[in-house]
Design a protein around this ligand. Structure first.
Ligand code: ATP
Ligand code: MG
Ligand code: MG
Length: 552
C-alpha cells in the first residue's frame, strides 16, 4: 500500500492515535454549503478529509452545511453528491444535513440562555455594528445585554414562532465586548429570516449563523478532526467557547491553507457571477474551475487526486500554478488515452500516383504507453486531409513539415512529396497535389530514406466530421482577484473558447460516447462533450494540449 503523506495534519492525527485522545477514532467530514457547485478548492478539501479517513481506517461524512435558506438550492445538493462520488470519496450512507439538527441547536441555545450566556438583542443592525467597535477600540454593551433569563427565554421562543420581522431581533452569545478578537464581541447566534428552506420548508424563521452552527454539527456527528481553511483560525476561540459552555463533545478544529490557482477565480460568489452574466455556459462549462467543468472537459478523478497530493497541505496561503494541474491530467491521460489521428483545420491532399480505387488498412498503435491496448487499422487512400499548419509555402528555416517540392512522412503510411499547390481566387492554399514513394511504407523496412518531419492525416472518404472546442485560460492575469479596486470580470480572456466547426477525425471514433477520452496525435487530449454531442454530431472538448505551450 501507498505511504501516507507527510504533513502537519497527519502528524497531529498520528500523535492523537498514540495518546489515544479520541479512543483511537478518526472521523472527518466535508461540509459544503449547497449554494453553488464544487470547485477544485473543494476537491482539495475532499481529498484531504477523505484521504485521512481512508489512511487511518476512520470515517468520512458528507455534510451539507445548509443553514442559510436564501442562497441554497436542491440543484446544488444534487450536484455536490454527484461530484463527491465521482471523485471517489466514498461517504457510504454517511450523508448529513445541518438542517436536521435545527431542533437540537435550538435546545442548545436555550441551554446557553439559561446559563446566562446568551441574550436577545433588539439593537438595530447599524447600531449593533457601531457598538461592536473596531480592532483598536473596545465595543459598547447593548442596552439589552442584561435582560433577565426569563425575558430572554420568552423572547427567543417568540422569535422562533415568527412574532418579529427580519432585523428586529437576534440572539447573541454573551462573551466579551472588549475582546481583542472582534469575533468574540457577542457574536450573533440566530437571525430572523422569513424564508423557505429547501429541506425544512417554513418550519423555521430563525436560522443559525456559521459560528454557532458549525461546532454543533461537528459535535453531534462525533467528528474528531474538524479541518477547515485558514480564514477560520480566528474563529477557533469561538468554536471552542460554544462547545465548552455547553459541555458537550468537543472536536478539534485544524486549519490549513486554501487552494488558490493562477488564472482562476474560486469563490462561489464569483463563479455564480460568471454563470449569471452568461460569460460561461453554466457551472459545468469546461472553462470553469468546478469539478463538473473539469469532468466535462475530460479530467479524471485520478488526475485531481494526484494534483491534490502534489500540492500537499500547508499552513500558509499561496498561489498554485495552474500548469501543475494541467501537468497532472496530461500525465494521467498519457497512460490511459486511446490515440487517434484528427485534423483540426483540414487541407486536402491528392496523391496523384496512388491507385484510384485502392484502400489500404494500415496498422496503428492504440497507446505506446500501454501495449495491452493493442492496435487498430486505419484506412489510407488517394485523398487525405492534413493539417493546414503542416504546410507552408514559404517556410522559415528549420520547418520540417510539408513545403513546395518538399517531403514529409505521413504517420503509419508513406513519405509524400509536394508537387503542386492549388489556390483559390483569394490566393489561399486549398489543395495540394503530391506523389508518394511506395517503398517507404511505415514498418516495411524497405526504405533507407531519412525524413525529419512526420505529420498526422485522415483519409477523406471515411473521415468523420466533428466540432472541436478549444479552451484557453479564462483570465488573462495570474490573479484576477488581486486588485480589489477592479472587477475581476475585467480580466476575462476574450479568446478562451475557439469553436472549430468542421474538424476531421479517423473513423475509429464513430461509436464514441460522451466522456470518452482520446489523444489526437501531435495535438492534445480530447474528450467527447456530454452536453452538445448528439446522435448525428460529435463534439470534442480539448482537455489539455500535449505540451505546456502557454507563454506569458
Ligand atoms: P467559497 O469561498 O469558494 O465560496 P466556501 O468555503 O464558502 O467556498 P463551503 O461550501 O463552505 O465553501 O466549503 C466547504 C469546505 O471546502 C470547507 O471546509 C472549506 O474550508 C473547503 N474549501 C472551500 N474552498 C477551498 C479552497 N479553495 N481550498 C481548500 N478548501 C476549500
Ligand atoms: Mg463556507
Ligand atoms: Mg462561501
Amino acid at each position: 500500500s501507498k505511504e501516507k503523506p507527510k504533513n502537519f495534519i497527519y502528524e497531529i492525527i498520528e500523535q492523537d492515535i498514540q495518546t489515544n485522545k479520541w479512543g483511537g477514532r478518526v472521523h472527518t467530514r466535508f461540509p459544503p454549503e449547497p449554494n453553488g457547485y464544487l470547485h477544485i478548492g473543494h476537491a482539495k478539501s475532499i481529498c484531504l478529509n477523505y484521504g485521512i479517513a481512508r489512511d487511518f481506517n476512520g470515517k468520512f461524512n458528507l455534510r451539507f452545511d445548509d443553514t442559510n435558506p436564501t442562497k441554497e438550492e436542491q440543484e446544488y445538493v444534487d450536484s455536490i453528491i454527484e461530484d463527491v462520488r465521482w471523485l471517489g470519496a466514498d461517504f457510504e450512507d454517511r450523508i448529513f444535513y445541518a438542517s436536521d439538527y435545527f431542533d437540537q441547536m435550538y435546545e442548545y441555545a436555550v441551554q446557553l440562555i439559561k446559563k446566562g450566556k446568551a441574550y436577545v438583542d433588539d439593537l438595530d443592525p447599524d447600531l449593533m455594528k457601531e457598538y461592536r467597535g473596531t480592532v483598536n477600540e473596545p465595543g459598547k454593551e447593548s442596552p439589552f445585554r442584561n435582560r433577565s433569563i426569563e425575558e430572554n427565554l420568552e423572547l427567543f421562543e417568540r422569535m422562533r414562532k415568527g412574532a418579529f420581522k427580519e432585523g428586529e431581533k437576534v440572539l447573541r452569545a454573551k462573551i466579551d465586548m472588549s475582546s481583542p478578537n472582534m469575533l468574540l464581541r457577542d457574536p450573533v447566534m440566530y437571525r430572523i429570516l422569513h424564508a423557505s428552506h429547501h429541506r425544512t420548508g417554513d418550519k423555521w424563521c430563525i436560522y443559525p449563523t456559521y459560528d454557532w452552527a458549525h461546532g454543533l454539527e461537528d459535535s453531534i456527528e462525533g467528528i474528531t478532526h474538524s479541518i477547515c481553511t485558514l480564514e477560520f483560525e480566528i474563529h477557533r476561540p469561538l468554536y471552542d467557547w460554544f462547545l465548552e459552555e455547553l459541555g458537550i463533545y468537543h472536536p478539534q478544529q485544524i486549519e490549513f491553507a486554501r487552494l488558490n490557482l493562477s488564472y482562476t477565480v474560486m469563490s462561489k460568489r464569483k463563479l455564480l457571477e460568471l454563470v449569471q452574466s452568461g460569460i460561461v455556459d453554466g457551472w459545468d462549462d469546461p472553462r470553469m474551475p468546478t469539478i463538473s467543468g473539469y469532468r466535462r472537459r475530460g479530467y479524471t478523478p485520478e488526475a485531481i487526486w494526484n494534483f491534490a497530493e502534489m500540492i500537499g497541505v500547508a499552513k500558509r496561503d499561496a498561489l498554485t500554478d495552474i500548469a501543475l494541474l494541467e501537468y497532472s491530467i496530461r500525465e494521467d491521460l498519457n497512460k490511459k488515452a486511446q490515440r487517434i489521428m484528427g485534423v483540426l483545420k483540414p487541407l486536402k491532399v491528392v496523391i496523384e500516383n496512388y491507385p484510384d480505387d485502392l484502400v489500404e488498412e494500415l496498422d496503428a498503435i492504440n497507446n505506446p504507453e500501454d501495449h495491452s491496448m493493442g492496435s487498430r487499422k486505419i484506412p489510407f487512400s488517394k485523398e487525405i486531409f492534413i493539417e493546414q499548419t503542416d504546410f507552408m509555402e514559404n517556410p522559415p528555416k528549420g520547418f520540417h513539415r510539408l513545403m513546395p517540392a518538399g517531403e514529409v512522412r505521413l504517420r503509419y503510411a508513406y513519405i509524400i512529396k509536394c508537387e503542386k499547390v492549388i489556390k483559390n481566387d483569394k490566393g489561399e492554399v486549398v489543395e495540394l497535389r503530391c506523389t508518394y514513394d511506395p517503398d517507404t511504407k511505415s514498418g516495411s523496412g524497405k526504405s533507407e530514406k531519412k525524413i525529419k518531419g512526420t505529420i498526422h492525416w485522415v483519409n477523406v472518404k471515411d473521415a468523420i466530421s466533428c466540432e472541436v472546442r478549444l479552451y484557453d485560460r479564462l483570465f488573462t492575469v495570474e490573479d484576477p482577484s488581486a486588485d480589489k479596486e477592479r472587477d475581476f470580470k475585467e480580466f476575462i480572456n476574450p479568446n478562451s473558447l475557439e469553436v472549430i466547426a468542421d474538424a476531421k477525425v479517423e473513423p475509429f471514433v464513430k461509436n464514441a460516447k460522451p466522456g470518452d477520452k482520446f489523444q489526437f496525435e501531435r495535438i492534445g487530449y480530447f474528450c467527447v462533450d456530454s452536453r452538445y454531442t448528439t446522435k448525428d454530431k460529435l463534439v470534442f472538448n480539448r482537455t489539455v494540449t500535449l505540451k505546456d505551450t502557454w507563454s506569458k
